[in-house]
Design a protein around this ligand. Structure first.
Ligand code: AHG
Ligand code: MN
Ligand code: MN
Ligand code: MN
Length: 332
């Protein structure tokens, strides 16, 4: 039994981060993030006992049927983050507009979050997650402004995701590599288990909802057909698609390959939202040596014009995403 565990808090306060002038406030913010993840994880595990499966009977700003657990997770994230007194304002998938924080609780960080990602998978016990991105505020006082939240992913100071899977993990980056923490339920702590996570330069797994293939443009169709073929000595790629972005991206990070949610004739800007799905996961992918593109250029350089803006995304192994971009270039 180790008596010298590297907990999330201990890692954040370590000398590795001595040059981060806001490391104490950030460690405090992460204590709220860790609590939100543990509460969300617990609510998912107990949903069967507490009749928390199924729909809440409302739709959100994306016209999605909101699940009961979407609301539980959203409330847990808002309450846990506000209570740290480190938050200036928040953006949540489940809230129409920016969530301000009162002056007496206001802090310096702007945080975007998807409290429960992959909620269509909840009732059948398939792994789901949470996703978050963190920026330093730009406004001078406690008033939340658009310029605080409409930010490029590249300007994040930290981000990450929780994966509520066979094990519960928190995978994060402060801009100095990707680190994975696994929840030890016996002591209720996230313990460092994955140091400097890196993605393979080329993979052999592709991840996309092929049920949308009738809507794909020529570039996406040609790329997918090519990696499924034996052309030019290609070994056909394996297909894996879970339908929870966090799970599909976590597998891509660990096993290599490419995750895709393209724009198509049904979803002209793709389905995934920039601030709390694409930007944080793109940041992690680049930090792990991978790539994340909208088909033409890096997702991290996109400047969003609305808090729920959707963008096309192709992320994963550098070689695979580069090949995808070349196919798009050929058809542009
Ligand atoms: P959320 O549950 O937060 O609304 O996100 C669902 C997203 C994402 O997790 C996943 O990659 C995608 O929806 C799957 O969409 P399709 O079912 O259209 O493939
Ligand atoms: Mn949703
Ligand atoms: Mn999501
Ligand atoms: Mn969600």
């Amino acid at each position: 039994m180790s008596t010298n565990l590297i907990t999330l808090n201990r890692w954040l306060l370590s000398d590795t981060h001595k040059n981060i002038e806001y490391k104490l406030e950030l460690a405090n913010l992460f204590s709220g993030i860790a609590l939100a993840c543990k509460v969300t994880n617990n609510a998912i595990k107990r949903a069967g006992f507490e009749q928390n499966f199924g729909l809440a009977g409302i739709t959100n700003v994306h016209s999605e049927d909101v699940k009961k657990l979407d609301i539980v997770a959203n409330d847990a994230w808002k309450n846990s983050l506000k209570a740290t007194r480190e938050v200036h304002c928040m953006v949540s998938e489940e809230e129409d507009s920016i969530i301000p924080v009162s002056e007496n609780q206001n802090g310096r960080f702007v945080i975007s979050f998807d409290p429960l990602d992959g909620s269509s998978n909840l009732d059948c016990n398939v792994s789901v997650g949470s996703i978050f991105g963190i920026w330093d505020k730009v406004s001078k006082d406690h008033q939340a402004l658009n310029e605080d939240v409409l930010r490029k992913g590249r300007d994040m100071i930290a981000c990450g995701y929780a994966l509520y899977g066979s094990a519960t993990m928190l995978v994060i980056s402060l801009g100095y590599g990707v680190y994975g923490f696994t929840l030890d339920n016996t002591i209720g702590e996230f313990i460092l288990t994955h140091v400097e996570m890196k993605i393979k330069s080329k993979g052999n797994i592709y991840s996309i909802n092929e049920g949308n293939s009738v809507y794909w443009d020529k570039a996406t169709s040609e790329y997918v057909n090519t990696i499924k073929s034996k052309e030019n000595g290609n070994t056909p790629y394996s297909s894996r698609y879970i339908g929870s972005m966090v799970s599909d991206v976590h597998r891509t990070l660990l096993y290599g390959g490419i995750f895709m949610y393209p724009a198509d004739s049904k979803s002209p800007n793709g389905k995934l939202r920039y601030l709390y799905e694409v930007a944080p996961l793109s940041f992690l992918m680049e930090q792990a040596g991978g790539k994340s593109s909208n088909g033409k250029s890096a997702c991290l350089d996109i400047m969003p014009t609305s808090i729920h803006q959707r963008v096309p995304v192709f992320m994963g192994s550098h070689h695979d995403v580069t090949t995808l971009e070349k196919t798009h270039e050929k058809h542009s």
